[in-house]
Design a protein around this ligand. Structure first.
Ligand SMILES: Nc1nc2c(c(=O)[nH]1)N[C@H]1C(S)=C(S)[C@@H](COP(=O)(O)O)O[C@H]1N2
Ligand SMILES: [Mo]
Length: 379
């Protein structure tokens, strides 16, 4: 039974595809399908996404991963205020009611930790949620960034002691963006996740959601937004979350690059394989850039184009969300097989192979967007 049969049988949709509760994307699941575990399947780690059971476009709040580097502050919403200060004409203090009274904007955005796939056991630091809040740009414009302001620093309430050059420095978590990047109209100050109040581990009462950026940019438990005239080079901008890569120039010269982790990179993976009788199906996801197509290679066969799960006409609402895909695999021969996927973006860029120079000459674990190879045995 294919998807269309299922839709007909369930009588849920006349529009050609099954709408999720979010109305934007279904998941191409079939009834009564049996999961065939990958041979290299790691036991699901608690707190991380379990790809082998992926069956929903939206990641429920209680299954969403959490990453934090210091403490996880519990904040009293009633006394909390957001400070907007530094090189601005009109410094501001905003209560949560002030923020909720402002225009509301939501976005379905796949948040991935840039360390995801940096280690064999760290592969589920990703989730897709509908985030809602108020746009950041109008607030920055009301505050009036002065002409010499170039840097927007987002401080969290969480803090730790950083040791540098003989100093013990208690510091709040902080990440920054250029003024130009911070003013992008997609950025929101977020207080709602999947229709519920933003959960405490995800940054309540308020966090930045920066669609198109790795998780590290999306500062939780916001305390202060400060405009300055110099670049921030703290731990999270200039030490950790710095990718070291050896690159070769056309003349063969080696150039070692150190770059701050920022915007997401094109990525995909095969998430799980199921079967109904001899009708096998490979499911996966692709994200990190506007996806044009996903291709799958089984063993040494040519790349085959996977089917992207249809989304509503208003592609804008899912522009920043992962694309769920599947490939039917009928009557696979018995024995061991490898399955690998590669995403291709609308500019024609191809997700790099795991053994490409781009990936192997990267010496740090962040931004690991190489192709993911899975192994499976068909009995
Ligand atoms: N204040 C603060 N914000 C933070 C962090 C943090 O440690 N402190 N961790 C960042 C990292 S590395 C990631 S991957 C995301 C994780 O968001 P989540 O916990 O909602 O999944 O939050 C980011 N925002
Ligand atoms: Mo992260």
């Amino acid at each position: 039974m294919d998807r269309r049969d299922f839709i007909r049988m369930s009588g849920l949709s006349l529009t050609g595809f099954l709408l999720s509760p979010w109305g934007v994307s279904a998941f191409p699941k079939r009834e009564n399908e049996e999961l065939i575990p990958f041979l290299d399947q790691q036991p699901a780690k608690s707190g991380l996404l379990d790809w082998s059971t992926l069956d929903s476009f939206i990641t429920p709040n209680d299954e969403f991963f959490n990453v934090s580097h210091y403490n996880k502050p519990v904040i009293d919403q009633d006394t909390w205020q957001l400070e907007i200060s530094g090189l601005v004409d009109n410094p501001m203090m905003l209560t949560i009611d002030d923020i909720k009274a402002r225009p509301k904007q939501d976005v379905i955005f796949t948040l991935e930790c840039s360390g995801n796939h940096g280690f064999p056991t760290f592969t589920g630091a990703i989730g897709n949620a509908k985030w809602a809040g108020t746009p950041l740009a109008p607030i920055l414009k009301e505050a009036g960034i002065k002409a010499d302001g170039i840097e927007v620093i987002f401080f969290g309430h969480d803090s730790g002691v950083e040791k540098r050059r003989g100093n013990d420095m208690p510091q709040n978590f902080a990440r920054s963006m250029s003024v130009e990047d911070a003013l992008e109209e997609t950025n929101i100050l977020c207080y709602e996740m999947n229709g519920e109040p933003l959960p405490q581990p995800n940054g309540a009462p308020l966090r930045l959601i920066a669609p198109g950026w790795y998780g590290i940019a999306c500062v939780k438990w916001l305390k202060r937004i400060e405009i300055r005239d110099t670049r921030l080079m703290n731990r999270f901008m200039g030490r950790d979350y710095v990718t070291i890569r050896e690159e070769k120039r056309p003349d063969g010269e080696s150039v070692w690059m150190e770059t701050s982790v920022g915007r997401t990179k094109l990525k995909s993976l095969p998430a799980k394989v199921t079967r109904i009788g001899d009708e096998y199906r490979i499911y996966g996801a692709a994200w990190g850039a506007p996806i044009k197509k996903v291709e799958v290679r089984i063993d040494d066969a040519p790349w085959q184009e996977a089917t992207l799960d249809p989304v509503e006409d208003d592609a804008n609402s899912t522009k920043w969300a992962w694309k769920i895909w599947h490939l039917n695999w009928s009557n696979p021969p018995k024995g061991e097989h490898t399955i690998v996927s590669r995403a291709i973006d609308t500019k024609g860029n191809i997700q790099p192979a795991g053994d490409s120079d781009y990936i192997t000459k990267k010496r740090t674990y962040w931004e690991s967007n190489g192709q993911v190879v899975r192994k499976i045995r068909i009995e």
